[in-house]
Design a protein around this ligand. Structure first.
Ligand SMILES: [Zn+2]
Ligand SMILES: [Zn+2]
Length: 258
């Protein structure tokens, strides 16, 4: 009942959102936070969307996505992982606020639709969430990537298929060296309950909340290739940026130097 009486609190800044009274019907972001969500700065790597700092404004691969499997043709992010996007990610992942999935997922679809060369129509395209471990689903109550994937699938009009499953985690990633981490994540994905449907779709959209190093994207796409995937586009809500970084404000040309 209280959800109908109290104005919604913004997930970005905590301020009450004027005029909101129905949590399930409202966008849980105030206008200021909505306007503060920033796309990634240009120019970007044409394969993985990594901002290229002050480099040439032409299609140049960044080099960091070289070791991705060929099946992973593109990775795109709706926004940069900077305030208030990080608050949304935290709210969805750790705060139990799965209401955050809707505004995040809609922005991911908006980013996907800015690739006119890709056919997202239903017979060709299916949406695959990056799975998390059963232990994390038990703790959190849901998989945040699956919640985002549901929104993406609904907005695109495409089926959601649980093509991958996460194997129980080995040693904590934090304690591992970079090469060990990579090997660990390569081992992390196996076939999920809908694995047999992968080969039916020429285009798969692989969904996660955040892109950091890209090793999860590469490993999950490799697992999909092993199941017969032909082309995978990885889409996330937010992407971390190399440091030092300055997100350009409107009308400014300031950039970062990777
Ligand atoms: Zn706000
Ligand atoms: Zn790249």
């Amino acid at each position: 009942m209280l959800g109908f009486l109290l104005p919604l609190k913004c997930l970005g800044c905590g301020a009450h959102i004027p005029g909101s009274g129905r949590a399930e019907a409202s966008d849980p972001l105030c206008l200021d936070c909505t306007l503060a969500l920033r796309p990634l700065p240009w120019p970007r790597c044409p394969r993985c969307d990594l901002p290229r700092g002050t480099g040439p404004d032409r299609p140049v691969l960044c080099g960091r996505c070289n070791d991705w499997p060929p099946v992973l043709s593109r990775a795109v992010a709706a926004v940069a992982l900077a305030p208030p996007a990080d608050a949304l990610v935290q709210a969805l992942k750790y705060g139990g606020w799965d209401v955050a999935a809707a505004p995040m997922g809609r922005r991911m679809v908006h980013r996907l639709r800015r690739m006119p060369e890709v056919d997202f129509s239903a017979p060709r395209c299916a949406v695959v969430p990056v799975p998390t471990t059963p232990a994390r689903v038990r703790t959190r109550g849901y998989n945040q990537a699956e919640r985002l994937a549901r929104i993406v699938a609904r907005e695109l009009g495409s089926p959601l298929i649980e093509a991958l499953a996460r194997r129980p985690s080995g040693p904590s990633q934090v304690a591992l060296q970079a090469e060990e981490r990579k090997a660990n994540v390569q081992m992390a994905f196996g076939p999920g309950p809908a694995a047999s449907r992968v080969a039916h779709y020429p285009q798969l959209i692989l969904v996660d909340d955040v892109l950091t190093t890209g090793s999860t994207a590469g490993a999950a796409a490799s697992a999909l290739a092993g199941l017969g995937a032909k082309s995978v586009i990885f889409v996330v809500f937010a992407r971390t940026l190399p440091r030092p970084v300055a997100i350009p404000v409107a009308g400014s040309s300031s950039t970062f130097h990777p």
